[in-house]
Design a protein around this ligand. Structure first.
Ligand code: PEP
Ligand code: MG
Length: 760
């Protein structure tokens, strides 16, 4: 047997011959017959066969070397025999002795008993196997790597031929995907509870390669060069802006991206694939296939992670080459979808059509990352920290997301879908029951009224006030408007939004928080002057620190808020106050604008109430100075706890490490509440923990009477409030804080269980 000279030469030779076959006027069947001859001859293989998917079976469509009577007669189920196994796992097989493989199934009509060696590759279309191309030989020997690569290249060409000739029904192939790879279940960390079903949509869409064989190799080479340049530029820009993604791991990821983007070996291999006659897109994919194959042989989770990075980058390169830029949001969702991504920014999530977006599954993510807060506000379940997610889920795969249990089912079997439907119905019933609590007043069993407000950030959030029957908006995150716009919103736009929000709230109070940008809420149009990368953006140039330095920004916002609240009460609070003077300085900006309006006899609010957020631990030591100046204080536990634990709220590695319901945090919060009581200033909690029942119970136990929470939590929290006898829980908490139990959460759970109070 002659082994081809080099990968490039053999692939080039085969592609040139295939090009002639494809360009001929023969019909599809005749072309397939020619293809098996070309491959058989080129690889010096006695047998070459093509199986294609028809009516759920893999049917022998063309062969050289097997009995011709078997064509359109021999059929294999997915998973049956070697051919079926290749299609099922979408993986190649290369065997010196075919009969030794456990899946070998002998078909007498083909006359294949004289052949020993066997190699086959899947023919893939839109990430699904639509057929199998295989070669067999009488000598028992494994095929060379270059030969397997040549087969894979041919499989790509066949995929194009099959699509053009409509030899395979793609819809059928999609629906068979469950049979091809079976159902799978992955687990992750619940970030937003809920159930959802939909098809998998990649935030960064995968590209379908339409043309495999190049007409003009030089032109293809230029296309790849240009795309490489663009991609490198993009990665460099991301690195210099340090605004990529929202995960704490982004620096590491970027470093890896840069390494790959500048890897000459990668560029060279793509170039060689182009030399062999492929288009730019096909060359990138070909090289990627080869890398995947190699990586699969190395069982190392760290390398697997790097492989995802390379896949991401290859996909980015493909999108650049093919000009298919933009995310799935820009292309629009066509059906109920579950979004798949490594991580997302809050603004990216907000771009999606809320009616079609049913869930989000992420490889990273953490409970208090802003994208999760936004998703919670939108009522979209989110599962994060799913290992290997992007390797397992394919675009278009049907998914069932059970974020309550921390699971996602990929390509679920029918029985699973039915069971899920049952749970879906139950969950809808529960939602309806909570909706029934809309008009229920949240008063504790011993008669204390608890204020239950909602957190909001967009105009669209306002109907939640009426839907939940909440008391008001305890935190309106004004930066959301900044996040969703491409440019800095001007004063008129801001005024319009704030007025609409107040109108929508009617008699119910709204607390506006001035912009909290920076941290994981980065605005591309607002950068630090010297453009430095912040090592720790959460502790960096953000929130009030930006607002006081760029006081033009705060002045505009102050004017917009004051004008919008003309004739009404304006409640405003400042985020990330670290020292009392910062509160004074921010308040002075508002007072300055108020004086301006007064001097010009313009309409003003009747009352302006100023509050601060307590998010920076040092401020808790200054409450004697601060509280007398405030109308109210709101504890932002998302930020506060990350600083108390020294654990980045957006870092997925720390997502489960520390419990908010720890004695350390609770003692700290209790001191703040007590200081508030001593100064007659109401203290509220507006972090995510207030919306979780166990945490809310503990907060009530330390004297919190005002919560601002995500709208979906209002019903469950109201239900909890009505069951709680305050002196009871206060006594229990006092005991636990004085003599800490080993696990406060467990102690609280037991306490609640003894009283038949549901807290999960
Ligand atoms: C907080 O930090 O708890 C808070 C409510 O503000 P944000 O989540 O917007 O930072
Ligand atoms: Mg905060």
């Amino acid at each position: 047997m002659t082994v081809p000279l080099s990968a490039v030469a053999s692939a080039r030779q085969i592609l040139t011959r295939l090009h002639d076959v494809m360009a001929s006027r023969a019909n599809a069947q005749a072309k397939l017959n020619n293809v098996v001859d070309v491959i058989g001859e080129s690889l010096d293989s006695e047998v070459c066969s093509i199986y294609l998917l028809r009516e759920g079976m893999l049917e022998l469509f063309a062969t050289r070397g097997l009995a011709q009577e078997a064509v359109h007669v021999t059929r294999m189920a997915i998973g049956e025999g070697l051919v079926g196994t290749i299609a099922q796992h979408i993986e190649m097989l290369n065997l010196a002795e075919a009969t030794a493989h456990p899946d070998f199934s002998y078909r007498p009509e083909t006359g294949e008993d004289k052949f020993h060696s066997f190699a086959g590759v899947p023919i893939v279309r839109r990430e699904r196997a639509v057929g199998v191309l295989c070669v067999q030989h009488a000598d028992p020997r494994r095929y060379e790597e270059v030969e397997i690569e040549a087969l894979q290249t041919v499989a790509m060409v066949l995929s194009e031929l099959i699509a053009n000739a409509e030899l395979v029904d793609e819809v059928e192939a999609m629906s068979l995907s469950a049979a091809q790879t079976g159902s799978e279940q992955l687990s992750g960390l619940t970030l937003v509870k809920g159930l959802a079903s939909g098809v998998a949509v990649y935030h960064q869409p995968r590209i379908t390669i339409e043309h495999v064989m190049a007409e003009d190799t030089e032109a293809e080479r230029q296309r790849v060069y240009l795309a490489f340049d663009k991609m490198r530029e993009q990665i460099d820009r991301m690195a210099s802006q340090a605004e990529f993604g929202v995960g704490g791991e982004h620096e590491e990821v970027l470093a890896t991206y840069r390494m790959f983007a500048y890897d000459e070996g990668w560029a060279r291999r793509i170039n060689e694939a182009i030399d062999s006659g492929l288009t730019a897109e096909a060359a990138i994919e070909r090289v990627q296939q080869r890398t995947r194959m190699r990586m699969r042989q190395i069982d190392d989770p760290l390398l697997a992670d790097r492989m995802h990075d390379l896949e991401d980058l290859a996909n980015r390169l493909l999108r650049m080459v093919s000009g298919q830029l933009g995310t799935a949001a820009t292309m629009g969702l066509r059906q109920d979808a579950i979004l798949v991504a490594r991580n997302l920014g809050p603004a990216e999530l907000l771009e999606y059509d809320k009616r079609r977006l049913k869930g989000v599954i992420l490889e990273e993510g953490s409970l208090t990352a802003h994208v999760v807060i936004v998703a919670r506000a939108m009522g979209i379940p989110v599962l994060g920290r799913i290992r290997g997610l992007r390797g397992r889920v394919r675009e278009g795969d049907p998914l069932l997301l059970d974020a309550d249990q921390g699971l996602v089912f990929i390509r679920p079997a029918q029985g699973m879908v039915e069971a899920f439907e049952g749970r879906f119905a139950k969950s809808r019933e529960r939602q309806a029951a909570y909706a029934g609590l809309r008009d229920v007043v949240p008063t504790t069993a011993d008669g204390t009224r608890i204020t239950v407000n909602i957190n909001a950030g967009l105009r669209d959030d306002m109907p939640n006030l009426a839907l939940t029957g909440a008391d008001g908006v305890g935190l309106f995150r004004t930066e959301f408007q900044f996040l969703v716009s491409a440019t800095l919103p001007n004063r008129e736009r801001q005024t319009r939004l704030y007025r609409d929000v107040l109108d929508a709230a009617g008699d119910k109070p709204v607390v506006f928080r001035t912009v909290d940008i920076g941290g994981d809420k980065v605005l591309p149009y607002l950068r630090h002057d010297d453009g430095v990368n912040e090592e720790n953006p959460a502790m960096g140039w953000r929130a009030l620190r930006v607002a006081l330095e760029r006081d033009g920004l705060l002045k505009v916002q102050a004017r917009a808020l004051l004008e919008a609240a003309a004739g009404r009460t304006l409640q405003v609070m400042f985020p990330m106050v670290s020292e009392p003077w910062e509160f004074d300085a921010a308040k002075a900006v508002f007072e300055g604008q108020l004086a301006f309006l007064q001097a010009r006899k313009k309409a003003r609010p009747e009352v302006v109430r100023y509050g601060a957020m307590l998010e920076v631990p040092a401020l808790a030591e200054m409450l004697d100075v601060l509280l007398p100046r405030l109308s109210f204080l709101s504890i932002g536990t998302n930020d506060l706890t990350q600083f108390l634990f020294a654990a980045d709220r957006a870092n997925p590695k720390l997502a489960e490490r520390y419990d908010w319901l720890g004695v350390g945090i609770m003692r700290f919060l209790k001191r703040i509440v007590d200081a508030g009581t001593a100064h007659g200033v109401e203290v509220a909690v507006c972090g995510e923990m207030g919306g979780r029942r166990a945490e809310a119970l503990a907060l009530m136990g330390i004297g919190i009477r005002r919560l601002s929470i995500t709208p979906a939590a209002v019903g469950p929290i109201k239900e909890l409030v009505r069951q709680v006898h305050l002196p009871d829980i206060e006594g229990a908490m006092a005991g636990w804080l004085a003599n800490p139990p080993a696990n406060l959460r467990a102690a609280l759970a037991q306490w609640a269980a003894d009283r038949e109070i549901a807290i999960d």
